[in-house]
Structure formats: C-alpha cells, structure tokens
Write a protein that binds this ligand. Structure first.
Ligand SMILES: C[S@@+](CC[C@H](N)C(=O)[O-])C[C@H]1O[C@@H](n2cnc3c(N)ncnc32)[C@H](O)[C@@H]1O
Length: 251
C-alpha cells in the first residue's frame, strides 16, 4: 500500500473529476466567506490537491495563496488546470514548509487532509508546522468528513460501512460518486473529535471551535439560489445530518 493514495495517477484524476458540490455548499463556502472580507497577504492551503479550493480562494480574495501538497501528481494537475497569478503550487516534503518564515502567514486551511493520514504523530507535526508559520491572531480552518455520521449515505459520497463502529484512527473505506457509473474508492481513517481538539490545542491553537453544517441551516430561498448556482438538487441525508465537521482555531 502506498503511504498517500493521492500519489496514484488514476486516483488523482478521478478526484479531480469528482463534483464537490456538497463540500462547497457545506464547507468551502464558509471558508471563502470568512476570508473574502479580510485583506491578508498570504493564505496557506495545506493539502491543496488539484487546486480546486486554492483557485476559488484566489478568485474571492486579494491574498496570495500558497498551495502545497505532498503528491506531485496533484500539484501537476493544479498547475496545469488551475493556474492563477495569485497562487503558488508547490510539493511539500517531510511536512516542512521550506523557506516559509515563522509568523508570516495570515490564515490557513486544510480540507480533507487529516482523514487521509493514519499517523496521529504526523498530524500533530503538520498542525505544529502550520502554527509555526501563522501570524499571531490568525485563523486555521479545518474541514474533514464528520466522524459522527460515518456509515450514513450522502448524495455524493459515503464514508464507512453502515452500522459498523470504527475505533480511534481505524481504517475506513470512503466511496465518492464520481459519475452515475463510476465510484472512487478511497482509504481513510476514523479520527473522532477529540483527535482534532487535543492536537490543535497541543500545537498551541486557542478558541478551538467545531461546527456541523447541514442544508437545513439555509432558508428555502437560499437553498433555491444554491440549487441554481450549482445546477444540483439531488440532496439526501445532508438536509438534516452533517456530512462534514469544520474546526476553527486561532493562533
Ligand atoms: C481529499 S484530497 C483534498 C484536496 C483539497 N484540499 C480539496 O479539498 O479539494 C486530500 C489531499 O491531501 C493531500 N495530503 C494528504 N496527506 C498529506 C500530508 N501529510 N501532507 C501533504 N499533503 C497531504 C493528498 O495528497 C491529497 O491531494
């Protein structure tokens, strides 16, 4: 088994094709609305994958986006398909942001990255590295699949088997529906809330807060707008159950 499945060409390409409408509506949009009102020099996108979020962040803010990933395939896809004058895509090695000075970055995000890491020590190390480069008072936002809804089918994906209990850090299979007749099978890990809370605090972060966005947070009018924007209305359990968790913390 390779350490990071996103280094595989086929997986990187399939992930690139996945329609991330749910992630946008119940995750990324909250990140964009937080950062779009700020005038920050640089925002770090750790584990940027093919650059879908980095590009949108660059389009919705005036910041420079430093987008890093340990998969060279993902960085190649990002550079080829989502180049932008305000985004620098780079391969990160040994979980170290080479050349990035302490206390220099105005905000950071890590979207669907920690669930892909089986080593808690490594997650601790990455959180500490992000803490190192952030300016005091700046925000770190983390999105991952919700460990409390493992096994529940959502319209675009299912994480874990229905009815199965997963232990701390236990491997889990995630199925992303790439198209009507194609699923992308990912292997990730079940990290409960206490892993995020404990390690964010250990890294030094303050005001650690979690939220569980669901579609019923929106008014009927807002949901109609969302459906028009994304040309999508095949909602299922995400109406009342949260597919994702979002952590926010401050240095
Ligand atoms: C599910 S993709 C998410 C990509 C992007 N953040 C998004 O939301 O579209 C996870 C990405 O995290 C990267 N990743 C996982 N563990 C990592 C680590 N320890 N260091 C750097 N990148 C990592 C993978 O290579 C992959 O590109």
């Amino acid at each position: 088994m390779i350490e990071n499945i996103f280094k595989d060409n086929k997986i990187a390409n399939q992930f690139n094709q996945y329609n991330d409408v749910l992630e946008q509506v119940l995750g990324y949009d909250k990140i964009f609305s937080y950062f779009s009102g700020k005038s920050l020099d640089t925002i770090l996108d750790y584990g940027c994958g093919p650059g879908k979020v980095s590009l949108r962040l660059a389009q919705q803010t005036t910041a420079h986006i430093l987008a890093v990933d340990e998969s060279p395939k993902m960085i190649n896809l990002a550079k080829t398909e989502r180049a932008h004058k305000n985004v620098t895509y780079d391969v990160v090695e040994n979980d170290h942001l080479k050349g990035v000075q302490d206390n220099t970055i105005g905000g950071a995000i890590a979207c669907y990255v920690f669930i892909n890491n089986h080593s808690e020590k490594r997650i601790q190390h990455i959180m500490a590295e992000i803490y190192r480069v952030l300016k005091p008072g700046s925000r770190f936002m983390v999105l991952d699949t919700n460990p409390n809804t493992t096994g529940i089918p959502f319209s675009t994906f299912q994480n874990g088997e229905t009815g199965k209990h997963y232990g701390y850090g236990e491997p889990r299979v995630e199925t992303l529906h790439v198209s009507e007749d194609e699923d992308l099978i990912l292997h990730d890990f079940n990290w409960p809330n206490r892993m995020y809370e404990g390690n964010l605090k250990k890294a030094g972060f303050l005001n650690v807060q979690v939220s569980y966005p669901v579609l019923s947070d929106f008014t009927i009018g807002q949901l109609k707008e969302i459906e028009k924007t994304y040309h999508y209305n095949h909602w299922t359990n995400e109406r009342t159950k949260s597919p994702f968790i979002m952590y926010q913390a401050v240095k």
